[in-house]
Design a protein around this ligand. Structure first.
Ligand SMILES: Cc1ncc(COP(=O)(O)O)c(C=O)c1O
Length: 392
């Protein structure tokens, strides 16, 4: 895919961080919103402010279709997954609560949990995933205590690509009256998600990855039965005379001016996903990962992380080549081959510990809807060439 602004062609394999490029309709919608609907949504009753509010509502409706959410107002917008996870974790947990999470969680789960452990005395159990990122359902059951009020699960690991069985985990949670928070950073837009059918109480999702929207977008679905303490307090454009944060949704969880142009773009991103079909996107991305793994396997000293070839995974292939520092490898890919990947620890040291790459880190390649077979082949060829030069 041509990076026209730079006048050169980049092979972009960093979709797990943020998707690029965005569909043309997304970019057009951002510009159109800035031209036509740029007033403050929910503040004022003039025509442009009403149009801005409409943009937000239409985006909520579109997301509701994708995630099978009955009431669009049960979605609160956030600027990214991290904010949505903070809204859920800090909004739900109380002193003395016990939380179960997994060892493939991102720091956006681990750090707020650590903060609350230190600050208000919650307790956390991390279920150990195996080397490929799978957890045992018996371990979930065995970790439950009388004080357990929340289970947090990463739908798909951002290092390993492993897909966790959300519906089975939800079953355990519901039998014990525990709420389930799903981190859909790597699954929204690429795996089917049905909050009702899968028993999800809170779903934190980014707008800027698989949903193809601009950066600065994301959100949290909150089950209508659930009452969270708001993360932010402030103006909502409603009940201005009241000192207390309004209870009406989504205002309760959306203090401050929302990102209307970004959300206009997100609406078109979700539309694009719906038009393509989630299953088609997943199948295409899975096939690309299989091709990439096949291309990488002959490289001397390579270790591929995550599920075995042939098994289910999202569009992520992380690897380590013995004797080559991942950061150096990604630097060479960038500088000499114009291939963008991400090296290091990917904000998930626990998943690296499971994979046995805590000492070295890894290189992560991740594909998206516009990735071609030729692009993943180019990465495999580049790695072969670099490895040969290292061994020479
Ligand atoms: C599993 C997971 N959770 C949370 C995040 C944080 O997402 P964001 O950058 O949207 O805050 C990421 C980012 O890559 C992720 O992969």
């Amino acid at each position: 895919m041509a990076d026209q602004n730079q006048g050169q062609s980049v092979i972009y394999l960093d979709h797990a961080a943020t998707s690029w490029p965005k569909p043309p309709a997304v970019m057009e919608a951002v510009i159109q919103a800035m031209i036509n609907d740029a007033a403050n949504p929910g503040r004022g009753s003039h025509a442009m402010a009403v149009r801005a509010s409409r943009v937000l509502f239409d985006t909520r409706k579109q997301l509701s279709r994708l995630f099978n959410i009955k009431n669009p107002n049960d979605i609160a917008f956030a600027s990214n997954t991290t904010m949505a996870l903070n809204m859920a974790i800090k909004g739900w947990l109380k002193p003395g609560d016990h939380v179960i999470a997994t060892s493939v969680e991102h720091n956006s789960v681990r750090r707020p949990l650590y903060y609350l452990e230190q600050k208000i005395g919650i307790q956390v159990t991390y279920i150990e995933a195996d080397e490929r990122g799978n957890i045992k359902l018996e371990d979930v059951k065995a970790s439950i205590r009388p004080q357990t009020t929340l289970l947090i699960v990463n739908h798909s690991s951002n290092l390993l690509g492993t897909i966790l069985p959300i519906a089975d985990i939800a079953d355990i949670a519901s039998k014990h009256g525990i709420k389930l928070l799903v981190d859909a950073a790597q699954s929204a837009g690429v795996l089917p998600i049905d909050v009702k059918g899968m028993g999800i109480h809170m779903l934190a999702f980014p707008g800027h990855k698989g949903l193809l929207g601009p950066q600065g977008t994301g959100g949290l679905y909150i089950d209508p039965e659930l009452e969270l303490e708001p993360l932010l307090h402030g103006g909502t454009g409603s009940q201005s005379e009241a000192l207390e944060q309004p209870h009406v949704r989504p205002d309760r969880y959306e203090a401050g001016t929302q990102n209307t142009p970004g959300l206009a773009g997100l609406r078109m991103g979700v539309q694009h996903v719906l038009n393509e079909g989630i299953q088609n996107i997943h199948t295409k991305e899975w096939a690309l990962t299989q091709r990439l793994m096949e291309g990488l396997l002959p490289v001397e000293g390579i270790r591929l992380l995550g599920p075995e070839p042939g098994e289910q995974r999202t569009g992520i292939v992380a690897f380590h080549v013995e004797g080559i520092d991942p950061s150096e490898l990604s630097f060479i890919l960038d500088q000499h081959y114009n291939i963008a990947v991400r090296a290091g620890f990917h904000c998930t040291p626990l998943a690296h510990a499971c994979a046995g790459t805590s000492a070295t880190g890894a290189v992560r390649a991740s594909v998206g809807i516009y990735t071609t077979e030729a692009e993943v082949d180019a990465l495999a060829e580049a790695i072969k060439e670099i490895a040969l030069q290292y061994r020479a």
